[in-house]
Design a protein around this ligand. Structure first.
Ligand SMILES: NC(=O)c1ccc[n+]([C@@H]2O[C@H](COP(=O)([O-])OP(=O)(O)OC[C@H]3O[C@@H](n4cnc5c(N)ncnc54)[C@H](O)[C@@H]3O)[C@@H](O)[C@H]2O)c1
Length: 359
């Protein structure tokens, strides 16, 4: 019998994504699905699963020991708590929910039922992110003083429930939660301040552009910026340290470069150069013979690490990687993002101690 026998609540786009990957992992199977829409339940049946007529019927099936909640964001909380109270382990889609107060109720349900509770922060395993984290931690850039994580889209429009605040729509909840989770996973230390600017460029009801700026106690500046209507792209990652600069251009994580200055530079006298910006010594181009370019590190790609970790954590063989207290820290930060954007000021964060608790 499989270790992880899954029931899926909410059989839409993301649920399909999950079931395709789960098929690749030993010891995990999807038993059945429930969706409010009959058509989606029929799709579940066509994919070879049981389709339950109600959420309670799914939760009552003793063959299921783990529930994946893949509904729109505003109903994550009620489904997660119902599943935990039914004695199931739970994987919830991101964003886990919309407020820290709601998340605390979910964490309390997990503790009182002594069941595993995790969130599908799958972008911790994205290739571009793993390469950025490796470069950051390796010291290849010396002491890093700025990390920038950006994404620009050209479509402008946000589809379906994501365009409405009452369903937990908007880009901070949709993508910001991934980018902040990655940055907090990568960078050690406390965040002293957060400043955020949100715009509704093409979608009047929710944010479709964000610029979030974090200051860490190490002095590191972090920017994450995303827009759905920015017709020219920035690199996915930009990172600069006192020993070099790194660019990663796309999610693939292979297209990019690390640039450093060679020892030769010490021998080159700084001279005033005529540039388009006028005469300058400070912004004179680095002589090509003093630049050294290095390829990005090559890392193994892994599409199923999240599921294997949940399976092995349930079996007591591994520690859970995406832990509730980490998810709580990110959601606290998102709350500060909305306050900062509303009030137009920088918000102190984690001034004295890390606000999240170890579970
Ligand atoms: N981790 C990721 O990379 C990633 C990517 C996309 C979506 N998501 C998340 O997955 C979740 C679902 O997104 P999606 O794109 O699949 O949306 P979707 O609209 O395609 O699917 C959601 C499904 O949930 C069903 N549903 C709605 N309310 C329900 C309820 N109360 N009970 C049962 N079913 C219900 C809908 O009928 C629909 O079939 C969201 O939380 C979203 O943020 C995560």
């Amino acid at each position: 019998m499989s270790i992880l026998r899954m029931g899926i609540i909410g059989y839409g786009g993301m649920a399909h994504w999950h079931q395709e990957r789960v098929r690749l992992v030993d010891g995990i199977e999807v038993v059945g699905v429930y969706d409010v829409l009959p058509a989606q339940r029929q799709k579940g049946e066509a994919d070879g699963y049981l389709a339950y007529p109600s959420r309670d019927a799914l939760l009552a099936d003793e063959r299921i020991n783990c529930v994946l909640v893949a509904t729109p964001n505003h109903v994550h909380k009620e489904n997660v708590i119902a599943a935990l109270d039914a004695g199931k382990h739970v994987i919830c889609e991101k964003p886990v929910t919309l407020t820290v107060a709601d998340l605390d109720e979910m964490i309390a349900a997990s503790r009182r039922n002594e069941k595993l509770f995790t969130v599908h922060q799958n972008r911790r395993w994205d290739h571009d992110y793993l390469v950025a984290k490796e470069v950051f931690r390796s010291g290849a850039l010396g002491e890093v003083y700025t990390v920038q994580s950006c994404l620009s889209g050209t479509g402008g429009l946000i589809n379906g429930w994501r365009a409405f605040p009452e369903y937990g729509g908007g880009m901070v909840y949709d993508w910001g939660v991934h980018f902040l989770d990655q940055l907090l996973d990568m960078i050690p230390g406390r965040i002293l301040t957060v400043f955020a600017d949100l715009h509704s460029v093409k979608n009047s009801l929710v944010d479709d552009y964000f610029h979030i700026s974090l200051k860490f106690d190490s002095g590191l500046s972090v920017i994450t910026e995303l827009g759905t209507f920015m017709l020219r792209s920035k690199p996915r990652w930009y990172m600069a340290g006192n020993g070099g600069t790194m660019v990663i251009n796309s999610f693939d994580g292979a297209d990019g470069i690390i640039t450093k200055v060679s020892k030769l530079a010490e021998a080159v006298e700084p001279v005033i150069v005529q540039t388009d910006a006028g005469p300058t010594r400070t912004f004179a181009p680095q002589p090509p013979e003093t630049r050294e370019d290095f390829p990005l590190p090559e890392l193994i790609r892994d599409k199923t690490a999240f599921y294997r970790n949940v399976r092995d954590a349930i079996a007591g063989k591994e520690n859970l990687i995406v832990r509730p207290e980490q998810v709580r820290r990110v959601l606290s930060l998102i709350e500060a993002v909305f306050v900062s954007a509303r009030e137009g000021r920088s918000i102190p964060f984690e001034e004295k101690e890390i606000v999240w608790r170890e579970s």
